[in-house]
Design a protein around this ligand. Structure first.
Ligand code: T5A
Length: 216
């Protein structure tokens, strides 16, 4: 049986990832959706507390930047057996955020370097396609729920947007054409969904002919 495809949906907060992942899962046969962070595990619960706590005092941060970064990565590693089982069984895996959020949100803080930020995820499965839902921060701010979590501030999101550009340049280099695709997430939900589905189908065809790779 051919392996399943690994499709990652990335973007800033409120770009529409949850909406698009759910639509894609409903449209693809034999697909499974996993969201990172997975807040249901013990590690995920620590991450959830961090994300839903407003701010830290300088003398007593809730979690030091490197420590929370490593927890986000650990949250992906603990899902590895389940990810591999799905892919081997031929399921299409849709990931709502992955290592690219891990790198972009952490380096945006200015306290972690790029190489440090990507190192803990080396060895995880490499996606067959990354779809980046691109939305100006001003538009994201106007969407329901913005502002409820730690990173949902305009200045932070602007910095993260720039860091995602760096991630695209560095992680997409040398990969096949179209591996990382930027989609205008300011269009209507259905229009975005059609583009995401088209990219997903291409990734599924690619996955049938190519072995699963690991992040190097
Ligand atoms: N993080 C994450 C790290 O720092 N390191 C890591 O390693 C990882 C994995 C997690 C936070 O953790 C950080 C990044 C994040 O700050 P999250 O749980 O992914 O956060 O939370 P959000 O990104 O904020 O996810 P949300 O579910 O809140 O936002 P979505 O999924 O991007 O957006 P969605 O689909 O919920 O839509 C938001 C609103 O917009 C509407 C929807 O109906 C909804 O009301 N909408 C649209 N409106 C108009 N046009 C469209 N095309 C629309 N699409 C959606």
């Amino acid at each position: 049986m051919p392996r399943g495809a690994l499709i990652v949906i990335e973007g800033l907060d409120r770009a529409g990832k949850t909406t698009q992942c759910a639509l894609l899962e409903s449209r693809l046969y034999n697909s499974r959706l996993i969201k990172f962070p997975d807040r249901t595990t013990p590690i995920g619960q620590v991450i959830n507390t961090y994300l839903t706590t407003d701010s830290d005092s300088d003398s007593s941060p809730l979690l030091e930047d490197h420590a929370i970064h490593l927890l986000f990565s650990a949250n992906r590693w603990e899902a590895l057996p389940s990810l591999l089982a799905s892919l081997e069984a031929g399921e299409t895996l849709i990931l709502d955020r992955y290592i690219y959020s891990g790198i972009a949100f952490s380096i945006a803080k200015g306290t972690l370097g790029y190489e440090y930020a990507r190192a803990p995820d080396v060895g995880l499965p490499s996606p067959d396609a990354v779809v980046f839902l691109d939305l100006p921060v001003d538009v994201a701010k106007g969407r329901a729920g913005f502002g409820g979590e730690r990173y949902e501030r305009s200045d932070v999101q602007e910095r993260v947007r720039g860091c995602f550009d760096e991630v695209r340049r560095r992680e997409g280099a040398g990969e096949r054409h179209g591996w990382w695709t930027v989609v205008d997430a300011g269009q209507g939900i259905e229009k975005v969904a059609e583009m995401v589905e088209d990219l997903a189908v291409r990734a599924m065809i690619w996955a049938k002919k190519n072995e699963l790779r690991r992040i190097e």
